[in-house]
Write a protein that binds this ligand. Structure first.
Ligand SMILES: Cc1cc2nc3c(=O)[nH]c(=O)nc-3n(C[C@H](O)[C@H](O)[C@H](O)COP(=O)(O)OP(=O)(O)OC[C@H]3O[C@@H](n4cnc5c(N)ncnc54)[C@H](O)[C@@H]3O)c2cc1C
Length: 213
């Protein structure tokens, strides 16, 4: 399965098309930098858009949840739309109209499929690797009961669009003389100092020591 390269009817970016991309490398980078995706689906009560942890393996985005979850059940029986957004800055222009944001975002369409029993363990181990490289070998692995209670779903990255904006404000020529500060207020995710659990006497492993910015 190849990731998307050509847009479909619904992944053709029309508004500010110059910011659109269907490059798999761009899509992969946006997913790999994400902790969370938002998954939209419907049920008899209407449309829902639910945040959840995500990770990537090859040409698939993965999520997991309890077998009993409404969302997990719905996602197996209908198409959905998954989004990921990173906000990189507030773009302050000289006119109110031209304010913007710098961002990297992805929209993925398709249907989740259930990962079979053989694939579940490596998929969840890859999730742990995504969160904290090396940790899988330190923790108690999931037991049969825990794996049995968990559904792992994956969606092919076959129909997806990315949109990115970077750089300064794009003011109209006639506004450039206005006495308003213009520029970018960068935003980034910050990693705080690790907080050891009460009673944890284990020396911090490398991935904990490296955590803080
Ligand atoms: C952090 C952030 C803030 C934004 N704030 C605003 C705002 O305040 N007002 C506003 O109008 N727009 C905003 N946008 C842009 C917005 O996401 C849409 O791209 C834009 O509104 C056009 O939507 P559309 O459905 O009309 O686009 P179309 O070009 O018609 O969309 C066609 C297809 O392109 C793809 N696509 C569209 N947008 C995105 C995207 N952002 N990422 C990946 N694929 C996409 C989808 O597959 C979509 O079906 C923001 C984007 C981000 C990431």
């Amino acid at each position: 399965m190849n990731t998307t390269t050509a847009p479909s009817t619904r992944t053709q970016v029309k508004r500010s098309a110059n910011r659109g991309s269907h490059d798999p490398a761009v899509l992969h980078a946006i997913i790999d930098a994400a902790w969370v995706c938002h998954t939209a689906f419907t049920d008899e009560h209407g449309v829902h858009c639910i945040p959840m942890a995500c990770w990537r393996l090859g040409d698939y985005l993965y999520i997991h949840g309890s077998n009993g979850s409404r969302m997990v059940r719905r996602l197996q029986e209908q198409d959905c739309c998954v989004t990921i957004t990173h906000v990189d800055g507030l773009v302050l222009a000289r006119s109110a109209f031209n304010h913007s944001m710098n961002y990297r975002s992805a929209v993925i369409y398709g249907r989740f499929e259930t990962v079979d029993e053989a694939g579940k363990r490596p998929a969840l181990e890859a999730f742990m690797e995504h969160l904290a490289p090396g940790r899988q070998g330190e923790v108690r692995p999931g037991n049969d009961k825990e794996y049995a209670a968990t559904t792992v779903l994956r969606i092919a990255l076959a129909e997806a669009a990315c949109k990115t904006r970077s750089g300064p404000p794009e003011d109209d020529e006639e506004d450039l003389h206005l006495p308003a500060w213009a520029g970018v207020l960068p935003l980034r995710e910050a990693r705080g100092a690790p907080v050891a659990d009460a009673g944890c006497g284990i020396a911090a492993p490398a991935y904990v020591q490296r955590w803080q910015d």
